[in-house]
Ligand binder design. Sequence first.
Ligand code: NAD
Length: 324
Amino acid sequence: MTRSALVCGAGGFIGGHLVRRLKGEGFWVRGVDLKFHEYSETEADDFMIGDLRDQWFCRSVVDRAFDEVYQLAADMGGAGYIFTGEHDADVMHNSATINLNVLDACYKRRIGRIFYSSSACMYPAYNQEDPSNPLCSEESAYPAAPDSEYGWEKLFSERLYLAYRRNYGMKTFIARYHNIFGPFGTWTGGREKAPAAICRKVAEAKSGSEIEVWGDGNQTRSFLYVEECLDGTTRLTRSGFSGPVNVGSEEMVTINQLVDIVSDIAGKQIFKKHVAGPQGVRGRNSDNRLIQEKLQWAPNMPLRKGLEMTYAWVESQVRGNSRA
Ligand code: NAD
């Protein structure tokens, strides 16, 4: 029998890739989002446009027994959106309401497996002050002290999914994503994240010129290529382990190094102008011991390889824009 899946947030970056992956695996897929995907045609068999903050709409979306539900919809953005404080009320209200509605609709339809995308932003800020030695092991989550309301909402929703598992026996699965990047993601407009923003700035710059980098650029992060994120996501959802578990890369770089790698890929000499801007914590890296132990798997693609594919795509978008 054909397996079926629901992807909430299918018009977004990771959701768009996930629809393609599930179709490739032979699933019948329903996507749902506020909007269609901006950069590619959806491959979903059925795509519902609507607002998951509306519980009646949620119930109409979950009107059949899906084998797998992936809940990726969120009020989301890069540092320029979630760390300025200007969108805190929206981020908390919108994303929490989506999670409350989707999970309850899945409970009422007795849905088997439900995946929830949490974020490394839920880890306590006090463990991420040393850029060369951040602590992000799963059990370090408490005492909780995320540095953003986005992180607090993720923590609340993690607990919501765990409570439905505990009280109602639902099979919920929680991953803590660490900076996912790749082609077909937001690259301009204020919600883009560091890899896409840097690819865009480098693509727009002439060799020998400078680009703006937020902060001193010595803040560290790791970045996971989207296909590996999907590997971790589907493996977890089909496993006997509920998480929460990190899904991220352990290849930590400074933002300055990220700029250097992208400049090298572009074959341009680029100088950095450090300017004030939202940065988040000083250091963050994935800790893959638990995922390795529980799923006998961890991502291993070199950052540079993923950046080569991402730069090629962002550069084509920049060229397309300048022609328009
Ligand atoms: P995205 O913004 O590209 O996708 C989220 C999608 O949710 C968007 O298409 C948006 O339109 C949709 N959405 C928002 N509100 C909605 C509503 N009320 N009803 C229906 N749809 C709605 O983000 P993404 O990068 O693909 O992230 C997917 C998930 O992974 C999010 O939950 C995000 O918090 C989480 N995550 C992502 C990263 C990352 O680096 N991209 C890191 C950690 C966690």
